[in-house]
Design a protein around this ligand. Structure first.
Ligand code: IMP
Ligand code: MG
Length: 446
């Protein structure tokens, strides 16, 4: 079995973290291929509950001999970034010695965090509702070819010089930065940028910590694709872990209300440096309903008291920002497009237990478009005004998906519901609770 990509099929927060943690038990390598600290992947296993943002969710598996932060990822090298996650893992006794960071991954600098904030402020009522982690500006600089890459950290004096030069250039080209630094009473970005020496000393401190853990920083920050080729060529299981979801994809999502990276299965090859032909299986992770955080369309939005009570029940608040997520019914039209576009060979359905107790459950089956109803998801991705046409299916109130260990144990209506939303693609996994063991394996993945 070669590489297996796990992608989010909706607007992120589908439960990819849990699914990757589950599948990693049988994976030799796990690669995170896109996004950065905007992601919040919740994992609940025998070691505790973790909210990973940059570290791959395969880090907990004892079978996994390699966990990679791929070249498609952007990450923070200061004490509030990746190293903070590693320290939390260390405190809970998780061994992360198999971690490698691709030398071509890009760094999120303090000015990116400030630019993100200033860009959002300047958009006013048209703001995107970003997570404020500097993700968009970091990818913009990557594509402008003015970014600092992870490999620069291996020569710290040079890194410091480049940092100062780039910061000077940024301040020259974007006058908002100097103005903000003069007037702001002290936001996070200000604290990092007002004293470059302090910032650089923090980065150096964290790099020294990592050098200590890995013997040498170059053991951690290295060229990772050859490590993956070695594994792939001997037939090992390589799991590719996506962040965000297909509808937040920079090209194919609800632009401009998207993230700044490609999120789908094509990005899984690009962001990890393996061949597209190495990927033989694509698992699309769908939540049993949809959630959306930040601004932009959500055509199946539930609204009212029902949405509010489901939000409380499911604790649908942003892992990174704490904002309430907007909830919608499962959108089958959007799902079909995502499945086709990403070549999904299987689906994982998550949070089925959240629908326990409902007498009827909506699913989106089309859109109310002008001049008439349509089945074209691109309309709904482009306008916040488009509403979905909702069909209602009977729920399984009185029975419960939570606690079921086998597909056959699920309430009849729950099985029918899962069949309907999987849109004809084989169902591999059904998640009925947050813990690793609350996962029904319908058909083995590896
Ligand atoms: P950014 O990725 O921080 O630039 O935010 C852009 C949009 O993507 C906003 O609507 C965010 O709320 C959304 N977003 C980014 N990362 C995630 C995620 O991991 N889960 C859900 N939404 C996300
Ligand atoms: Mg999340």
């Amino acid at each position: 079995m070669p590489a297996y990509a796990v992608i989010g099929g909706q607007w992120g927060d589908e439960g990819k973290g849990k699914i990757v943690d589950y599948l990693a038990q049988n994976a030799h390598a796990v690669v995170r291929y896109n996004g950065g600290g905007n992601a919040g992947h919740t994992v609940d296993n025998d070691k505790g509950v973790f909210k990973l943002r940059t570290v791959p969710c395969g880090v907990f598996s004892t079978k996994t001999e390699l966990t990679v932060v791929g070249s498609g990822v952007v990450w923070r090298p200061d004490s509030e970034g990746l190293v903070k996650e590693l320290k939390e893992l260390e405190a809970k006794g998780v061994d992360f010695s198999a971690l490698r960071i691709d030398c071509a991954s890009n760094l999120v600098m303090p000015w990116h965090i400030l630019e993100d904030k200033l860009d959002e402020e300047s958009r006013g009522s048209l703001s995107l509702g970003t997570t404020g982690n500097g993700i968009g500006p970091a990818y913009a600089d990557k594509h402008k070819r003015v970014a600092l890459r992870a490999e620069e950290l291996l020569n710290f004096p040079d890194f410091g010089n480049k940092f100062r030069r780039l910061f000077f250039q940024k301040s020259q080209s974007d006058r908002r930065i100097g103005k903000h630094l003069r007037n702001c009473p002290g936001c996070e970005a200000c604290k990092l940028l007002r004293d470059s020496r302090l910032y650089l000393s923090r980065v150096e401190y964290t790099m020294n910590y990592l050098a200590g853990k890995f013997g040498n920083l170059a053991n951690l920050i290295c060229d990772t694709p050859p490590l993956l080729y070695n594994l792939l060529d001997r037939g090992a299981h390589v799991l590719l872990e996506g962040a965000q979801g297909a509808l937040l994809d920079i090209d194919h999502g609800s632009y401009p209300y998207v993230t700044s990276s490609a999120t789908g299965s094509a990005a899984a090859a690009q962001g990890s440096g393996i061949a597209i032909t190495d990927i033989k299986e694509v698992l699309a992770v769908f939540k049993s309903y949809v959630s959306r955080i930040g601004n932009g369309p959500n055509p199946t939005r539930i609204g009212g008291n029902l949405e509010a009570s489901l939000r409380e029940k499911a604790a649908e608040f942003g892992t990174v920002t704490g904002r309430p997520r907007n909830l919608g019914w499962f959108d089958t039209v959007m799902a079909k497009r995502v499945l086709r576009m990403n070549g999904a060979t299987g689906v994982a359905i998550t949070r089925l237990d959240i629908l326990d107790g409902l007498y009827e459950i909506g699913i989106g089956v089309g859109y109310d478009c002008h001049p008439g109803p349509c089945q074209d998801p691109s309309h709904a991705l482009r306008s916040e005004r488009v509403r979905a046409q909702i069909d209602y299916l009977p729920g399984w109130a009185g029975n419960s998906a939570n606690g079921c260990k086998l597909d056959a144990e699920l309430p009849h209506n729950a099985r029918e519901y899962v069949k309907r939303i999987s849109c004809g693609v084989p169902i591999k996994l059904i998640s009925v609770g947050s813990k690793r063991e609350e996962t029904i394996c319908v058909s083995p993945v590896w």
